[in-house]
Write a protein that binds this ligand. Structure first.
Ligand SMILES: CC(C)(COP(=O)(O)OP(=O)(O)OC[C@H]1O[C@@H](n2cnc3c(N)ncnc32)[C@H](O)[C@@H]1OP(=O)(O)O)[C@@H](O)C(=O)NCCC(=O)NCCS
Length: 281
């Protein structure tokens, strides 16, 4: 099968192939050729011989999430990702890496398997077709010489297709640069804007209906751009009082959307929001 999606950076497909971590049982429900992209490596978490690949995934997580202060323990990978859901991503064969890349990723000299460059983890939720996005990581900015821009976005897009997600739920921090990625999938329904249940209360929870159109648009397919409604309010990314005010409205039945990428000046500073429905009563 040939690839049926054109992305903003197809060089990614020249350099990297895709892997999935999945139990045998879960494997049956995965789309193994999302948008015609064949899955090259299948990694079973129940096979002890795959131990080194899990070390490399943890290294990828530490290199990317470490600086964010949220690196994952191996048990979190196993309990919260590999058993209930999938880990999908792009990887390169170890022998194609430079010495510097091998060093950074901690690849042992005698290892010859895949080395992950990105990963997307999602976990199925109780509602049929609904998945929670647990983790996204990309080495694009760690290995700038590779020219892998859009790797994070394309990994999320192709992974959602592989997992056959119909409704997506995610949680992220208002200051996270990953919001550049998440807002490419279309307007996002806000479920929370202030979330004390999370370690960081300044977390938003969002959701959207996943369609091929949203996945193609996010991946940057020419001619697939989505239209976004006009915002009714700009949320300062550090304005906790405004986050709490909108949260109170949501709890009273109002509907709000995030309708575009953040404004950025060295850091995320503002978000375009739209009040779609007023509180009830
Ligand atoms: C965030 C992360 C996944 C981005 O990966 P990536 O491969 O560089 O992402 P993309 O190239 O697809 O980025 C998409 C857009 O976001 C912007 N962006 C991404 N990271 C950025 C950063 N650190 N600073 C400024 N802009 C950034 C890109 O410029 C790009 O903009 P464009 O589409 O206008 O060109 C990666 O840096 C990472 O793993 N970070 C740590 C973990 C993390 O925060 N994960 C997300 C948790 S929800």
């Amino acid at each position: 099968m040939t690839r049926t999606i054109t992305t903003k950076n197809d060089r990614i497909f020249d350099q990297l192939d895709t892997f999935v971590v999945s139990t045998k049982a879960n494997r049956e429900v995965l789309n193994a050729e999302p948008f015609g992209v064949p899955t090259r490596w299948w990694v079973d978490p129940h096979v002890a011989g795959n131990a080194l690949f899990f070390e490399l995934l943890q290294r990828l997580d530490a290199l990317t999430f470490g600086p964010e202060g949220m690196p994952m323990d191996k048990w979190v990978f196993y309990n919260c990702a590999e058993l209930p859901g999938f880990i999908y991503g792009f990887a390169a064969e170890a022998e194609t890496l430079s010495d510097l890349e091998r060093d950074l990723m901690g690849v042992p000299a005698d290892y010859t398997g895949p080395v992950p460059f990105s990963m997307y983890i999602a976990i199925p939720m109780r509602e049929p077709g609904t998945w929670f996005g647990h983790n996204l990581a990309s080495l694009n900015r760690t290995f700038p010489h590779r020219g892998l821009s859009s790797l994070g976005t394309i990994t999320k897009s192709v992974a959602l297709k592989a997992y056959r997600v119909e409704r997506f739920v995610g949680a992220t921090q208002w200051l996270s640069k990953a919001l550049f990625i998440h807002t490419k999938f279309g307007p996002l329904d806000l479920l929370t804007t202030y979330t004390p249940a999370h370690s960081t209360s300044e977390t938003l929870t969002y959701a959207f209906d996943v369609t091929d159109a949203s996945l193609r648009a996010a991946a940057g397919e020419p001619g697939s751009a989505l239209s976004f409604p006009e915002p009714t309010e700009q949320l300062d990314a550090t304005d906790v009082a405004a986050m709490k005010r909108i949260q109170r409205e949501l709890e009273s039945g109002a509907k709000w959307e995030l309708v575009g990428p953040p404004a950025y000046q060295g850091q995320v500073i503002r978000h375009p929001l739209r009040r779609v429905a007023a509180p009830k009563g």
